[in-house]
Design a protein around this ligand. Sequence first.
Ligand SMILES: NC(=O)c1ccc[n+]([C@@H]2O[C@H](COP(=O)([O-])OP(=O)(O)OC[C@H]3O[C@@H](n4cnc5c(N)ncnc54)[C@H](OP(=O)(O)O)[C@@H]3O)[C@@H](O)[C@H]2O)c1
Length: 340
Amino acid sequence: MAKTRVGIVNVTGYVGAELARILLRHPAVEIVSATGRSEAGKNVGSVFPHLAPVDLIIQHELGDVDLAFSALPHRASAAAVLPLLKKGVRVIDTSADFRLKDATEYQRWYEHAHPDPEALSAAAYGLPELHRQEIQAARLVANPGCYPTCTILGLAPALKNGLIEGHIVVDSKSGVSGAGRTLKLESHFSEVNENLGAYSLRGHRHLPEILQELNGVSAKRPVSLTFVPHLIPMTRGMLSSCYATLKPGKTETEVKALYADFYRDEPFVKIVDRPPQTKHTLGSNLCLIYPTVDTRTGTLVVLSCLDNLVKGAAGQAVQNMNLMLGIPESTGIDMLPLYP
Ligand SMILES: NC(=O)c1ccc[n+]([C@@H]2O[C@H](COP(=O)([O-])OP(=O)(O)OC[C@H]3O[C@@H](n4cnc5c(N)ncnc54)[C@H](OP(=O)(O)O)[C@@H]3O)[C@@H](O)[C@H]2O)c1
């Protein structure tokens, strides 16, 4: 069978490079085009030595492809994606540009008007565990953010089954690659190394996305949630610790059974029997979830863990592509985590 011709808009960032790494070994596709302003004219394999086998010259504009991934920052991404859609190319966008269904919310959080509000309703939110059928039929998939993937997967079973009473607090920690490859003072080695801090306490841009999806799945609405992200001194990895009052009368055994049932057939979400650590997911497309109960206070505690560049970005994008192409969902992304 002929391979699907895929392209990467902006291979020069962390997500773009991770897409190239995964797609190069994918049996059903061929990477035929890649863009990136700063390295245009150079070979992908010479810009990124770990991608030496990718023999492809980086272009300013994407060539002829069947399906494209955009790994641009928001705003620049919509500007690149909309013309591709008009040409009939199917697109998976890893930026935030098509994740929110409400254009007013987009404007509020991203501080500019959305260029095509109609495209927001046509886009499928690319979390296969909640939107598999929509993704299969979509021409545009909005790949979720890394914090949203980790947090939504951690809380969806509890909210769907009405296990939570009242407010939820999510404490999330991300490795520094979550902030991207573009140079910024906050991600310099001496700023991050041996350091730990919270940021965006007045509201992170991923909050509306988390609420949109959790309100969609929850038995009770609206969902009330405080989200506090932290940057920690490691390259990859993300852990969300979620806390909420457990509905009276529910036991830890029932909670664990409901979580196991919710993700029973999922290839990439595993309910684990001990607290997951970021190294348990490193380099893999897995999200590991550990639900437990603090019986002393009646608090539900859910730990959710993934690699921000794989299940949090490029791996999930390829999972979505597999669904769009109608091929087995795990194709090309069934790698085990790296250890140690
Ligand atoms: N990092 C993560 O863990 C993660 C997870 C989920 C989703 N995402 C999303 O995925 C997208 C890519 O993230 P990333 O971490 O790969 O970012 P990144 O490493 O910072 O890459 C961004 C690259 O985009 C190019 N760029 C920047 N501004 C541009 C503009 N205005 N127009 C065109 N190109 C521009 C630059 O490359 P050139 O100068 O070479 O063009 C830059 O290196 C973002 O939308 C991000 O929010 C990231």
